[in-house]
Design a protein around this ligand. Structure first.
Ligand code: SF4
Length: 595
């Protein structure tokens, strides 16, 4: 990463660009001159004349050409409401807009270097293998096997940097935390494994939370602000025992799950951030009847309980979620009956995701009644239960609950699945493993939905999580781009980082450890698969350095639906945040060339 990206640095990169940007007064003439140059760069670099470049470097030129075509198009400018080209022309004429950020220039400079072939990406890859060119047969296989050993060694070393809750060192620390929390509550140790006891002792304010864990003054202050702003808050004693008393990097991901940062509280208190904006997924527009959300032909979401044992800071349903166990969180019987009747009347629905909130906070008998009612509907082939209790309240998986869940599973006729939400290897503990084993041994499959936040985004951090949960028998299912909500900006990472993680880290793992799909959830419509670059287009880079994408709807080839324009987070800002926590931005350099 360069020390400073500026307009001057941009102007120093290419005489050709400067002369095109200064060629005349008509912006559309300049646009077509620049596009001609970009097309020519793409075409000539692929011709035999330029074969001194490596094949992989040529692909970067192709990708940058595509990105530039998207940025320069007048349609893109209309959709984004911002013209990158006008800013570049003004800068070339000595009138740079001083509000353009360093992050903007960082992205532009990398794109110019990309199309001009002035980058050093493949001089600086993780591995430099000797050319095995003419080797054949066994000799080639041995040479390749040696290369693969090198890759494994590198991966193993990177992965070993991330502790898990199954490491003896962590288990010892957490046992001590548990004893301290029990003594603070003034209870007997045997209550710890009773999920009702855990719920009764949820920390709901700063006093209790300070008794459970060592909090900084800022964290304590933020909890007070959260309470007075009416933002739902709560942490189970079990989850509090996962906090590290010394703080530091190791429990950063744990704290970030439940302790609201200042930026979140400020944003929630801003007059601009009202509920309909927080409802990023437009659930109010996709709810044909109370308690139901429908975005796909065969599956609906059923929300019988509107709260959780503890609240995740980045929860996409924060506009409707209530504090843990708050009165009114449980759906009224007649509404629930009506919702189930509605499902019965819609034969296209074969699958129901019971979520909320966390439905496993409900009593066994209530849950059993819902499962019974759904199981009586012939066209329901799969019932999924969306729950984070394996992580927040693993003692919830009593034998009785597991027997109830298993009793509705009929091989070849109806599947019962748990969709859980594990965010970090530090959340995988002996209690978690025990809970998981209980359900899996009864034939219930478990899938994980990871929200790819800043706190799981370091090199190999998410890969470590996936490979660990696979060993617990859980299938990685989705990796979600955190919703583009104002209040959770601190949790977002650039789409480019998700792509880089998939190609450079996840791809090195065995197939069963990387079964998840990275997705961007399009408001009102649903999942856009990020792995397929033909399902989105880069259309702008705003002055603050945020890339703007046009996302295509999932049914784009089968129905005429609107596209969606969404802003990402600036890459340079992300890299700077990584540096603050001790990462080297140069380890992430290729991020600029994922689009
Ligand atoms: S467990 Fe799910 S529903 Fe509950 S707060 Fe977290 S993200 Fe929201």
């Amino acid at each position: 990463m360069k020390e400073k990206y500026t307009p001057e640095f941009f102007l120093s990169l290419s005489d050709r660009w400067n002369s095109i940007l200064k060629s005349g007064d008509d912006i559309d003439d300049i646009r077509s001159n620049l596009l001609n140059h970009i097309n020519e760069r793409h075409f000539t670099s692929y011709s035999d004349k330029c074969n001194e470049m490596s094949d992989l470097d040529l692909i970067i030129i192709r990708d940058c050409a595509r990105a530039w075509r998207g940025l320069l198009h007048s349609r893109s400018e209309r959709l984004a409401g911002f013209s990158v080209l006008s800013e570049l022309v003004n800068t070339a004429h000595g009138r740079p807009d001083t509000s353009l950020s360093e992050a903007f220039w960082g992205d532009i400079c990398h794109l110019v270097c990309g199309i001009e072939g002035e980058f050093k990406l493949h001089d600086n890859t993780m591995f430099s293998f000797a050319d095995i060119g003419d080797l054949k047969g066994r000799d080639a296989a041995i040479a390749r096997s040696d290369e693969l050993d090198q890759i494994y060694k590198y991966v193993a070393q990177k992965m070993s940097m991330f502790s898990s809750g199954l490491d003896q060192r962590m288990m010892t620390k957490r046992d001590a935390n548990k004893r301290r929390i029990i003594s603070f509550i003034g209870s007997y140790g045997e209550s710890w494994d009773d999920w009702h006891w855990q719920l009764q002792n949820i920390a709901r304010d700063e006093k209790k939370m300070c008794g459970y864990a060592n909090l900084s003054d800022k964290e304590t202050e933020n909890i007070k602000r959260v309470k007075s702003a009416g933002i739902p808050f709560g942490v189970t004693p079990y989850y509090a025992s996962l906090f590290d008393e010394q703080g530091g990097l190791e429990d950063r991901a744990i704290r970030a799950q439940v302790l609201f940062p200042e930026s979140y509280i400020d944003s929630c208190q801003s007059e601009d951030n009202v509920d309909y904006i927080k409802d990023f997924m437009l659930e109010t527009d996709t709810s044909p009847i109370n308690l139901i959300t429908r975005r796909y032909p065969e599956i609906v979401i059923l929300k019988p309980y509107n709260s959780c044992p503890q609240i995740c800071v980045y929860c996409q349903r924060n506009w409707e979620i209530k504090s843990p166990l708050e009165d009114g969180a449980l759906a009224e019987e007649d509404q629930l009956d009506e919702a189930i009747r509605w499902i019965e009347e819609h034969e296209s629905i074969t699958e129901v995701l019971i979520t909320g909130g966390d439905p496993l906070v409900m009593s066994d008998s209530r849950l059993e009644r819902i499962l019974e009612a759904l199981s009586r509907i012939d066209h329901i082939k799969r019932i999924r239960i969306g729950t984070r209790t394996p992580v927040t309240l693993p003692m919830r998986f009593t034998d009785n609950l597991c027997d109830i869940l298993a009793s509705f599973r009929i091989s070849g006729k109806r599947e019962i699945a748990i969709i859980t939400h594990i965010q970090h290897p530090l959340e995988v503990t002996p209690d978690f493993v025990k809970a998981l084993d209980k359900i899996r041994l009864r034939g219930i499959s478990v899938y994980n939905q990871l929200v790819f936040t800043f706190y799981i985004s370091r090199r190999f951090e998410a890969a470590r999580l996936r490979s660990l949960i696979r060993l617990c028998g859980i299938d990685p299912y989705y990796s979600f781009y955190p919703k583009g909500k104002l209040e959770t900006a601190d949790y977002r990472v650039p789409i480019a980082r998700m792509m880089q993680e998939q190609k450079e880290e996840s791809r090195l793992m065995p197939g069963l450890s990387r079964t998840d799909e990275p997705v961007y959830n399009v408001p009102g419509l649903g999942k856009n698969y990020l792995k397929a670059c033909q399902h989105r287009d880069l259309i702008s880079i705003r002055g603050d350095g945020s890339r703007v994408y046009e996302f295509h709807p999932w049914e784009k080839k089968i129905a005429d639906q609107k596209t969606y324009v969404g802003d990402d987070v600036p890459i340079l800002e992300y890299l700077k945040r990584l540096e603050k926590i001790g990462e080297s931005a140069s380890d992430y350099e290729s991020i600029w060339y994922y689009f």
